[in-house]
Every structure is written in structure tokens, then in C-alpha cells.
Design a protein around this ligand. Sequence first.
Ligand code: B1M
Length: 233
Amino acid sequence: MSDEEEIILSELSDDELVLQMHDDLYDGLKEEIVEGTEILLERGWEPYDVLTKSLVAGMAIVGEDFRDGILFVPEVLLAANAMKAGMGILRPLLAETGAPKLGKMVVGTVKGDIHDIGKNLVGMMMEGAGFDVVDLGINNPVEDYLEALEKEQPDILGMSALLTTTMPYMKVVIDTMVEKGIRDDYAVIVGGAPLNEEFGKAVGADAYCRDAAVAVETAKEIMARKHNSAAAG
Ligand code: B1M
């Protein structure tokens, strides 16, 4: 926000407000992000649109300037905190569902990796679609995944990684599941910015999911297949 003139968020048009929110996210202005999120919701925006058009799109700009050495870790952390504050408002709205539970997912970011915004988003969207979600948080060694699988008995294991140096760890987890003879007891989905379809296949996942919406669709397909094969068997 410029020092010369105070911007009143509620006086901006939708398009102007979304652009302002991109700026505010860039500047790590948590309160403004909360206010902008609330204004868009009051104006009748769908929570998913607020999420993708203002927050996720804003974070993409932060990501570009982080990559190009224009922004550094402290600034990006502030942006991430502002984004999380906005997501906090959207979470209950996205998770609101009267639908019966579709299935259960254990999800976590892999060892060595502390990025959690994308994973949180996937968790929120999955809850919204009617899944129970057990979130293991960040920096999970294989033992944490195995323990949670045994304890929670989910249908799906989800792993997230945002670094090219941490994404190979997904293979460690899947290989360990194979060694222990439990690989086929769960569907495994993976996601994160540096991953792709080919990588998902190479590590032995059931599916690579480009974004949270794809994760939800994939999880629904997995559950439909599971029910069909149970009915057939
Ligand atoms: Co980091 N970081 N970061 N960072 N950071 C990236 C990932 C990077 C691409 C930035 C860049 O250079 N452009 C780069 C990685 C380069 C690489 O590996 N090739 C990078 C780096 C280098 C680093 C550090 C090493 C920097 C340093 O210390 N020098 C360091 C590493 C720390 C660590 O993990 N050990 C670091 C630290 C940080 C912060 C702590 C400052 C902060 C994280 C805060 C937090 O998460 N709480 C941060 C952030 C915010 C980013 C960027 C800018 C944004 C990530 C994000 O939240 N995006 C990121 C740049 C980028 O990705 N373009 C970057 C928004 C989020 C909604 O998208 O997470 O991609 P995303 O999730 C998407 C999909 O990927 C998918 O769905 C989501 C959308 O719907 N998805 C899944 C994700 N997980 C899924 C799981 C699924 C399915 C779909 O199923 C289970």
C-alpha cells in the first residue's frame, strides 16, 4: 500500500481488489489479506474462486520473484503467513459438506521439506469433498508415514514435495511400503510444483496430481474403483 494514499479495499471493484490482494500478499500484509478475503466472500464469490484467483495466483507471483532473486526467504515467509490467514477463513467454507464420508487420506510433506501451503490446500479441498483427512504436517520421515498408515488405516496416502532435492524421498516411502508388503493396501497420490506425471510413475505412485482439484477428482476415482472391485469380488 502506498504511503501517500490509503486504499480502502471495500471501495475497489472486484478486479481491482484481486490485483490489490496480489500486491498485499507480495508485501506479506496479513490483515489486508484477511479483509480482502472477507470482502470477496461478502460479495458472493465462491470460496474456491477466492482461493485460486486471489491467493494462489498471488503466491505464483511471489514464487517467480523468489526464483529470480528479487524476494528472499523472510519476505516469502511473510507472504506465506498472509496466505495462510486467508486460507484460514476459507477452510471451514471449503470443508462444509453434509455428504457422507467418501474415504480417508493421510497426507504429509516429505522429509527435508517444510513447504506446506499446497498440502494444506489439498487437505482442505479433500475435506470439502467429503474425505476424512489426517495431516501429518511437514518434514516426515518414512517411519511417520508407516505409523500413520497403521494407525489410521486410510484409503489413500498423499505425499507432497516442493523441492527437487526432496521429491525423490517419495520413492523411499513407496519402496519401503513394497518391502513391508503393504503397498497394495493403499492408493498413493503425489503432488507438488516440481513433480510431473512421469515422476509419479517412476516412483511407483498410483497418481500424480497437478493441483488440489485434480487430487480431489483422483481420490474420488480411486474410491469408485475400490467400491467397484469390492462389489465384483
Ligand atoms: Co520455497 N522454494 N524454499 N519456501 N517456495 C520454492 C518451492 C521454489 C520453487 C522457489 C523458486 O526458486 N522459484 C524453490 C525450489 C527450487 C527447486 O527445488 N527446484 C524453493 C526453495 C529453493 C526454497 C529454499 C531451499 C530456499 C532457501 O532456504 N534458500 C527453502 C527450503 C526449505 C525446506 O523446505 N527445507 C524454501 C523455503 C520457503 C519458505 C519457508 C520461505 C516458504 C514456505 C512456507 C510454507 O510453505 N509454510 C517458501 C515458499 C512459500 C515457496 C514458494 C514461493 C511458494 C510455494 C507455495 O506455497 N505455493 C515456491 C515457489 C513456487 O512453487 N512457485 C518455493 C502455493 C501452493 C498453493 O502451491 O505448493 O505448488 P504448491 O501446491 C499446489 C500443487 O503443487 C499441488 O496442489 C497445490 C495447488 O492446488 N500439490 C499437490 C502440492 N502438494 C500436493 C499433494 C498432492 C496433490 C497435489 O497429493 C498429496
